[in-house]
Design a protein around this ligand. Structure first.
Ligand SMILES: C[S@@+](CC[C@H](N)C(=O)[O-])C[C@H]1O[C@@H](n2cnc3c(N)ncnc32)[C@H](O)[C@@H]1O
Length: 202
């Protein structure tokens, strides 16, 4: 019988982690976005809340380089951009109770059964997010995959620190002032249904 596959950390951990504008001495932040892609969401949110410190964690090299030019063009001083895999970067650099909000919008859904071991939002990763969230902090997921959101709901049953509030409609924006991302606009324009899930750290 074949063994369940696990994420290849050895390979990812050998890749260089990069920082823009520079590697900070103390790692801190208010809002963490994992997988910003083109960065529309974080650039706009950071411009609306200049008093907040944003961290964008992106593993794609080309996306990281494009994000640097966007941050420079928009003159945004309140974004720390990190190139690396969230599964490697978060435990290495961020402490317990760091963020008030963590967002993962339109993570790669890996719909094929044989690829699902690559999905980001495993029980272990959700527990890691719970660890770095402040008490009362929010973790928000948006996706167009009903199956993915169901799997995250299942995984959350094993992460007691992250609680799904009773009033948590999956079809309306997860918090006041929420903005749609690039992928969200794209999928909506194609008529796809979007699902949201927000949890609170107890
Ligand atoms: C489908 S795109 C979504 C981009 C954006 N959030 C949006 O909604 O428009 C997923 C993004 O997550 C990034 N990503 C995937 N896995 C990651 C990981 N483990 N750590 C950091 N970034 C990751 C990908 O490189 C890609 O930019």
């Amino acid at each position: 019988m074949s063994q369940p596959r696990s994420f290849p950390y050895e390979f990812e951990s050998q890749k260089e982690i990069l920082f823009y504008p520079k590697k900070p001495e103390i790692f801190s932040g208010d809002i963490l976005e994992i997988g910003p892609g083109r960065g529309d969401w974080i650039l706009e949110m950071a411009s609306r809340s200049p008093e907040k410190k944003f961290v964008a964690l992106e593993m794609g090299t080309q996306r990281y380089l494009k994000l640097i030019s966007q941050i420079e063009k928009n003159k945004r001083a309140n974004i720390l951009l990190i190139k690396g895999d969230a599964r490697i970067v978060i435990p290495q650099f961020f402490c317990e109770n760091s963020f008030e909000k963590i967002v993962v919008m339109f993570p790669d859904p890996w719909p094929k059964k044989r690829h699902q071991f690559r999905r980001l939002l495993t029980v272990e990763f959700l527990a890691l997010l719970a660890h770095v969230l402040k008490k009362g902090g929010l973790f928000t997921l948006a996706t167009d995959s009903a199956e993915y959101i169901d799997s995250v709901r299942q995984n959350l049953k094993q992460v007691k620190e992250l609680v799904i509030p009773e009033k948590n409609p999956s079809d309306s924006p997860p918090f006041p002032g929420y903005l749609p991302t690039y992928f969200e606009k794209k999928w909506k324009s194609e008529g796809r249904k979007i699902f949201y899930l927000t949890t609170v750290k107890n």
